[in-house]
Write a protein of this length. Structure first.
Length: 99
């Protein structure tokens, strides 16, 4: 085998190993993206449940508790989820929106 053939063989082996590693990385990235999506969905579901609780407390006349929960919801949404604040239905204006 000539020196050039040996180098080509080494390069081919390195390329094959690199391709295998790239495929493994892509698979791991897809797995992590799936986990991120599940956690995102779980956090959205939890916020919807919290919205329901806030509405229930407000409707039950426990406005102080509803206010506290609403502040917690706002903090979670803006600071932990890095999302823009979203007004509660009871905070929206009456210009064609739910009051």
């Amino acid at each position: 085998m000539t020196e050039a053939e040996v180098q080509n063989s080494r390069q081919s082996a390195q390329d094959s190993q690199r391709n295998t590693q790239d495929a493994e990385r892509r698979a791991r990235i897809r797995e992590l993206e799936g986990q991120v999506e599940r956690y995102r969905q779980a956090s959205e579901d939890a916020l919807q449940q919290l919205d329901w609780c806030i509405g229930y407390m407000h409707g039950s006349g426990k406005k102080a508790i509803a206010r506290s929960l609403s502040k917690n919801r706002s903090y979670i949404r803006t600071h932990l989820m890095k999302r823009a604040e979203q007004p509660m239905p009871s905070q929206q204006t009456e210009e064609g929106q739910i009051s």
